[in-house]
Ligand binder design. Structure first.
Ligand code: GDP
Ligand code: MN
Length: 385
């Protein structure tokens, strides 16, 4: 789970990583109140989980509580790359002498941790990695031995931070690493880490990704989860035990097996369409599961057609057909549904569908044919049935 900046900073503070003092606000008045409490100049920051908030107008300085109210009212409700701003973080603003980058992450291919630091901070690190890879110091850390002071020095000197920033940065990195390991994070990224006018080194931004599989070790994380509104459709899908991910297209997808569903997404794309979701019903898909799946998919108003792509192995196509027929009886489906059945008992399944005609039900023999038909129907082009 990716945390919001304010949540990440709250956690980092517990590990004594220096972060600016700040408060979360959900209304312009709260932002003004927060600015008043902090005193002086503040920065108002949109809390959304995308980078580049500054460029998008989601980060603004304010000299007074009134100004904080005004900028907060502009930022709250703003759409940043598809994310609506529901909260802002109001922080005491300081002078910035230099912006750096640092992060710790799980390096799966090397089976260790990777620490990265650069004196070129505040910009997209991928860009730095492309244009000037030598500007990023990388240090591998053995998970069993942990981080030592020499690692911190290697990062700081390797990245060639300003001499003034070095002592603070060398003291900060082990704390950040401790946060990273103790929280069971897969990433902590501070961009920018800044050198302030007073010569202090402070984490001005924080991106923390927690490992969901380790949540059982951290009961207090429940609180963090509460701030994440899961999209309604995904919440319902999860409740019904479906492996569902929402996408942005208009062709609903149901398949069995993650690999088949992935290829179905590709084939829909190849046919000129865009999938509305990923949904894997797994093996042994019965009536209950299929009707849940159809219900969840068609609850998305963007969906113009549904493609059910089943390859029967353990899954029997006759049971899938039964499930589809049953689901269509229960649900008021208003979009065309294209079904492709292949594999175990496919003939039987197809016959069952043919014998139970439904105005919205179409069959196709091949995967590509089915995808093409679903895409055509989504685009309002009537294909054969
Ligand atoms: P991101 O672009 O979404 O990653 O947002 P950041 O939190 O990294 O902020 C982007 C930029 O805004 C930083 O690199 C800073 O230049 C600027 N910024 C953020 N907070 C402050 C602040 O407290 N004071 C000043 N002067 N600038 C800030
Ligand atoms: Mn940033």
């Amino acid at each position: 789970m990716d945390l919001f900046e304010y949540q990440g900073k709250e956690l980092l503070r517990k590990f004594e990583v220096p972060v600016p003092e700040g408060r979360v606000a959900t209304t312009p008045d709260e932002a003004a109140e927060a600015a008043k409490g902090l005193g002086g100049k503040v920065v108002v920051k949109a809390q959304v989980q995308v980078g580049g908030r500054g460029k998008a107008g989601g980060i603004k300085l304010a000299d007074s509580p009134d100004e904080a109210r005004a900028v907060a009212s502009r930022i709250l409700g703003m759409d940043i790359k598809g994310h609506t701003v529901k909260r802002v973080l109001v922080e005491r603003a300081g002078d910035i002498k230099a912006e750096y980058y640092c992060s710790f992450l799980l390096d799966r291919s090397n089976r260790d941790f990777l620490g990265m630091m650069s004196a070129k901070g505040g910009v997209d690190i991928e860009e730095v990695a492309d244009s000037d890879p030598d500007a990023i110091a990388m240090v591998h850390i053995d998970p069993l031995l942990g981080m030592s002071d020499f690692h911190a020095r290697e990062m700081v000197f390797g990245a060639d931070l300003d001499p003034e920033a070095r002592p603070d940065a060398i003291a900060l990195l082990p704390k950040l690493f401790r946060a990273f390991t103790q929280l069971d994070a897969s990433l902590v990224e501070v961009n920018p880490l800044v050198l302030t006018g007073e010569g202090r080194v402070v984490a001005l931004d924080a991106k923390v990704s927690l490992d969901d599989s380790a949540f059982y070790r951290h009961p207090s994380f429940d609180q963090l989860k509460a701030a994440h509104e899961i999209p309604e459709q995904e919440r319902v899908a999860k409740e019904k035990g479906l492996n569902f991910i929402k996408l942005d297209g208009d062709v609903g997808i149901i398949g069995n097996g993650a690999g088949l569903v992935m290829s179905t997404l590709d084939v829909v794309k190849a046919a000129g369409g865009e999938a509305a979701n990923f949904l894997d019903v797994g093996g042994g898909a019965g009536a209950e599961l299929l009707s849940s799946a159809l219900e969840v998919i068609t609850s998305n108003p963007e969906v113009r057609s549904v493609l059910i792509n089943i390859f029967g192995g353990i899954t029997r196509c006759d049971l899938v057909a039964e499930g589809i027929i049953d689901a269509l009886g229960r649900l008021d489906v208003k979009v065309p549904i294209v079904v492709r059945l292949d594999g175990t008992n496919a003939e039987q399944g197809r016959k069952m569908l043919a014998d139970a005609p439904h105005p919205m039900l179409k069959s196709a023999d091949t995967m590509l044919g089915a995808a093409q038909l679903a895409v055509d129907l989504a685009h309002g082009r009537e294909g054969g049935s």
